[in-house]
Each structure stands twice: as C-alpha cells, then as structure tokens.
Design a protein around this ligand. Sequence first.
Ligand code: SAM
Ligand code: SF4
Length: 429
Amino acid sequence: MNEYDSNRILDITKNIGYVKSNDQNNADCYVINTCHIRDKAKEKVFHEVGRIKQIYSNKKKPIMVIAGCVAQAENQEMIKREPFIDVVIGPQSYHKLNKILENFQRNKKEDETEFDTIAKFDLLEKTRNSDSKVSSFLTIQEGCDKFCHFCVVPYTRGPECSRPFQTVIKEAEQLIRNGSKEIILLGQNVNAYSYKEGGNEYRISNLLNELEKYSELKRIRYTTSHPLDMTEDLVECYSSNEKLMPFIHLPIQSGSNKMLKLMNRKHKVEDYLDIHSKLIKINPYIKFSSDFIVGYPGEEKVDFEDTIKLIKQIKFINSFSFIFSSRPGTKASKLKEISHSISKERLIELQSYLFKNQIVHNKSLESKEINVLVENKNKNQNTYFGRNEYFTSVIFDGAKNDIGKIVKVKIEKSNQNTLYGKIKKMKAA
Ligand code: SAM
Ligand code: SF4
C-alpha cells in the first residue's frame, strides 16, 4: 500500500508543479513514506534522514517530509528529535500536502495526523492515476476495525473506510487506459470492502465481477484479506470469475486456537481450514500463502507445533513470517514477552518448513509450460520478467513486444523464489 500511496503522492504534488526527481542530491522536497508495522521502522527513518542531511550539509536544504504510519504514530517526537524534518503527515492526510508545500515557511514545523479518510479519498478521485505499469495496485479500502492485539494498523491507518464503488471502477479504467493488464486491489482488510449506496451494498465480489468485464484487463488479484471476511459471494468468485487468479494470500498468524484467541483474531483454525477446503473444492489448483507471527506472548512449544502442523497440512507456497514485535499502544505491548532466542529458533524452524514447501512447489513446475504475464525487460540483461498465476517471479528470454501479454513459458529450472524458462514461440500459420 505504501507503494500505491507514494505514487499517489506524486500524482497529487504534480498539480502544484512537483515532478519525481532521479537526482537525490538536488531535490527541492524529499518525501520518505514509512511503515510502522514492526519495530525498527522508526530508527530506519532517522537513519535515512541522517543520510540525506549529510548530502545537503553544504546545499540548500530540501523540504523534508515524513509521510505514512511512522509519521502518524511518532509525529511530535520526530519533529523534536530531528530538526531537519519539516513536515510529518499521516497516511489519511495526504490531501493536505499541497497546501502545506505551497505555504511552507522554513521556520515552521507542520504536523498533520488527522484521520480524514473521506476527504483524502475525494482528492484521490479528482487526481488522475498516472501509473502505467503492466501490473498496478489500486487501493479500495483502508484502515481496520478488528484490533488484533499485536497490530498497530487500527491506530495508524484509522477505522475501516471503503472507497465508493464507481470511484474504484473509474480509477481502474484509468489504469487500463494507461496499459495495466493486471490490477491488484489493496486494503489492510481488503475483503472487508463494503460501500453502501442507494439501498445497495457493494462488496469486493462486486468489484471483482465488474473488473472482469474489461477485455484489456487479463488478471485480477487482491490483498490482504482476513479469514472472517471470506464470505460466500467472494468464495463463489473463484468458480465464476475467469480473471481472478487461483492464489490467495490469507494470513492466519498461528495454527493454535489458544494463540488466535490471545491475539484477538476472532477466528479459529477450523474456520481457516473450512475456507481452504471450500476453495480447493471449487478449484484444486488454488494455492494459499499466509502471514505467521512466532513468539507472541503466551506461545508455548505445543502452540508452535500446531503452527508447524498447519503448514504441513496446507502447504502454503509462499508466506511472510515474523517474530512478534511489540508495538506502542497495542494491547499486546503490555504483555510479558517470551525470550528472543526462543522466538528466533522458532522462526528459523518455521521458515525451514515454509521455504521447503516453496521449493517443492516451484520444482513441480519444472518442464511444464506455464502462463506468464510479461511485465518488463530485466535491467542490463537480455531476459524478461513476468509472473505466473501464483505471483511467482519468472525470468525467461522474450521480446519487447511480449510486454503486457500472457505468454507460455517452459520452465527449465527453479529456486525458492524464481522460475527460469524459455518462451514457447507460436508457429507461424
Ligand atoms: N489485515 C491482515 C490480516 O489481518 O491478516 C494483515 C495486515 S498486517 C498489515 C500484515 C502482517 O504483519 C500481519 O498479518 C502480521 O503477520 C504482521 N504483523 C502485524 N503486526 C505485527 C507485530 N506486532 N509483530 C509481528 N508481526 C506483525
Ligand atoms: Fe492488523 Fe489485520 Fe488484525 Fe486489522 S485484521 S488489526 S490490519 S492484523
């Protein structure tokens, strides 16, 4: 989402004459967009600001803007600790950035951290999305009302708020006109999307089915979803919607019901398994990926073993896994942490199973022909980059006019993260 937000900040500031600079040594304004989901983010920001400060030690100082969730959570502290920072702006206040930049005064610090999501969405609607990549992100929903005890999102992105249905479709049309062949719908809880208008409720399933109608669009994905919001209408899309990819990122966090309860996840392992079996029944080729947290306060060996059991059962083909990171203001921040060395050991073990699944899955594609959406030519190389239906990176020979097309690639070798192959040339008629 930060990548999408950064592109939109560029689109917004274009209206007052700013353009993206490729020369970081001579910028008028410098924006760092930040993430607060795990610790270390704040220190990384100060480190980066220190680096920029060095560059400009003998030059005119750029306007230094810290945007995103670290700005939201640490606003005044950032300004106090680092005088080089001029503006802190939270993720729901971007619509105020142009005014701040236009009225900027060297000796005045600006702190905009209100949750004004509707006003932001209004400005996004009025600002053309200039993204012209083959695969583009499109935010449909922001914020979260679920309050998992470990998570800072409800405090930094604010309450759940969905963009109007027609606004999303209008932005998708812009992306398609710009050349997008794949759209990835985004939200912190993307499948909680709900927009009510004229007595109708529009859900993510309505968006997926509307987007399917655009013939130039080849693929649709969405991320990140929550098991509680995997409603029947969404599950049904996997049998009716031909452009929806057979790959779902559905975080579970732990394979132990005790841990899910302590985390306030509001679902059980059985609910997750139920969603999995429903989807596999619809399409046995559907694959899952997930997020896992190890070392959450109260996690015992037996809970961790339940997580490993689940990984062996579902065979996720790609996942993100983290050691619990205490976040200020969350309920879990008040709990007694378990030893870091135990958490680390568990993470290593968990990842060994996850990576093994990934390697085995990628290997199973060797000597097969797979559909790849070609995204771009690799820098300084004679190869091209694309992704298969499961969002795995594929590197292969190819040609410039393959970009934006779905081509057949015969996979010759693979490793944990990448497939390598040769494009299958169509015989001339
Ligand atoms: N809304 C999604 C869900 O509930 O499944 C997840 C969105 S969250 C922005 C992305 C991931 O970051 C989570 O699934 C979780 O695994 C991880 N995460 C969030 N807070 C964390 C924390 N305090 N420590 C470690 N990992 C965390
Ligand atoms: Fe965070 Fe996801 Fe839980 Fe919301 S549902 S609090 S975004 S982990």
